[in-house]
Ligand binder design. Structure first.
Ligand code: NAP
Ligand code: MG
Length: 492
């Protein structure tokens, strides 16, 4: 064992303990040099005639160029969705709709490896995550909602569920395919049609999904996939013939959307930012808790709305937990997203890396103490060392604002009441985590914490049957489970 410059034990990077590179092959991923818009079942050129590049954030190389849709394209897509809704999809027997959705789910499974590689290339996340989490969970959402399509009378007993019409869906870059599945599957299972826009930096897996949808022979216009930047999203929000907006993204854009649809008949679900508290009590199994904390914040480079970015540790075990965390931090492998050994891949974009660096600087200026892993970073691409801050004041910006990167603040507490107050002292309320041996403490915490999801003795676990969504500035409405169905129907 060696000592690092931070004077902690260095277990894995000892020369004898280095892992040999284990890169996943790129050959399975067929990425076209250019992608058009998917409207009415066909790939069509954008009326702007403009395209933008999507790059691999791990090496800054261009992967493809993608159509930049303007308001005229959005109008075309909404018209296609409306026609498909009126003439085909809302009239089709639900069990027939389900067959298409099952088919899409199976095709996603068949092409899971290709999806995983493209997700890691385009977004920078480790292949282990895209392969073991994003893609299977996305396929599971299609399976789950396909199952509900012809059972809505059981989902909503004594009521009739009527679809809303055309849904405009806007998603972020942190879980591109999974967010597309969260949005599209419940919408079409309940008889709605869709215009979906992926994020500018990660459009490729949504476009692959469009190819599958075309191959699955889904009736034209039921799902339209439109690429572009913020203005394209705004054109969807402002289109008069959209009945529902489903948005996942930042609280700032969520507020703009809320203002834009005020006074219209558009329904909305907004899944916004977070600043989750992860709480370790002295009676917790500490090794498991430390592993859970590491998973909670460094999973997907901290690009997770529900990331456990604020750690609260009971004072009596603080020193032990901090030592274990620092030791574990030193063993995390930062690097090539396609390498199966990689724990932390590339930050999604240059802009996001700059935001994270800005917050790391703010933390130091605010007087917090910083600890970073001493690992080497690749020479090219956007990478960030996993970072811990101690001596953090509750009011400091790094403890209050969403950083959306691999940065953890650590504070201590003495009593349950104190930590509940601290955990709730945030404008957000998306998720939280509790680590303790005592069931009664778990129940007390889950009832008093104002967060949409509270994980106990685990973190970042997702399942299509569980609802997900926030309190306060983390948005409103729920996705997943039965709740996710009800967001796409009127009950009469
Ligand atoms: P973002 O900037 O709000 O972007 C989200 C989506 O909205 C992107 O497709 C974006 O397009 C589009 N957009 C930008 N400006 C718009 C406008 N004025 N009108 C309509 N659409 C617009 O968020 P992000 O930076 O991509 O994603 C990170 C944020 O998402 C974090 O705050 C995170 O917490 C949140 N998030 C929340 C959840 C949840 O379930 N609560 C899940 C994942 C992420 P461009 O990308 O092309 O700009
Ligand atoms: Mg990209």
């Amino acid at each position: 064992m060696a000592k690092t410059k931070n004077n902690t034990l260095k277990l894995q990077f000892d020369t004898t303990w280095n892992y040999a590179p284990a890169p996943e092959s790129k050959s399975i991923a067929s990425i076209k040099p250019r992608y058009e818009l998917f409207i009415n079942g066909e790939f069509v050129k954008p009326s702007s005639k403009k395209y933008f590049d999507t790059i691999n954030p791990a090496n800054e190389e261009k992967l493809s160029e993608v159509a930049d849709a303007n308001a005229a394209d959005i109008d075309k897509a909404v018209k296609a969705a409306r026609t498909a809704y009126d003439k085909v999809w809302s009239k089709m027997p639900a069990k027939e709709r389900a067959k298409y959705i099952y088919r899409i789910a199976r095709m996603m499974q068949e092409r899971a490896r290709e999806f995983a590689v493209i997700e890691s290339l385009d977004g920078g996340k480790p292949i282990r995550e895209s392969r073991d989490f994003d893609v299977p969970t996305a396929a599971n959402h299609f399976f789950y909602y396909a199952g509900w399509a012809d059972k809505l009378e059981y989902a909503f007993p004594n009521r009739t569920a009527v679809p809303l019409g055309v849904a405009g869906q806007i998603i972020p870059w942190n879980f591109p395919l999974l967010m597309a599945a969260w949005k599209v599957a419940p919408a079409i299972a309940t008889g709605n049609t869709v215009v979906l826009k992926p994020a500018e930096t990660t459009p490729l897996t949504a476009l692959k999904l469009a190819e599958i949808i075309q191959e699955a022979d889904l009736p034209p216009g039921v799902v339209n996939i439109i690429t572009g930047a913020g203005a394209t999203g705004a054109a969807i929000v402002n289109h008069p013939d959209i009945d529902k907006i489903a948005f996942t993204g930042s609280t700032d854009v969520g507020k703009i959307i809320q203002k834009a649809i005020a006074g219209t008949n558009k329904k909305a679900t907004l899944e916004l930012g977070g600043k989750a508290a992860n709480i370790i009590f002295e009676d917790a199994p500490l090794d498991q808790a430390v592993e859970g904390v590491i998973n909670g914040i460094f999973f997907n480079q901290g690009h997770v709305c529900c990331a456990g970015s604020r750690l609260y540790v009971q004072e009596s075990v603080y020193k032990t937990v901090l030592r274990k965390l620092k030791d574990r931090l030193e063993t995390l492998i930062v690097g090539d997203p396609l390498d199966k050994n990689t724990d932390i891949g590339a930050i999604n974009s240059k802009q996001q890396l700059e935001t994270i660096h800005k917050y790391i600087k703010i933390g130091q200026q605010e007087g917090a103490e910083m600890f970073q892993s001493s690992c080497a970073l690749p020479g090219k691409g956007y990478f960030c060392r996993p970072t811990l801050f101690t001596n953090v004041a509750q009011s400091s910006r790094i403890a209050q604002e969403e950083i959306f990167g691999p940065v953890l603040t650590i504070q201590t507490f003495r009593t349950e009441d104190e930590v509940i107050e601290k955990a709730n002292n945030t404008p957000f309320g998306l998720s939280a985590g509790v680590w303790t041996d005592k069931g009664s403490k778990i129940f007390n915490m889950t009832t008093k914490m104002r967060a949409g999801v509270v994980w106990a003795n685990t973190y970042n676990k997702f399942d299509p049957t569980s609802p997900f969504g926030g309190y306060k500035e983390s948005g409103y409405g729920r996705e997943g489970g039965l709740h996710g169905l009800s967001a796409y129907v009127n009950l009469i």
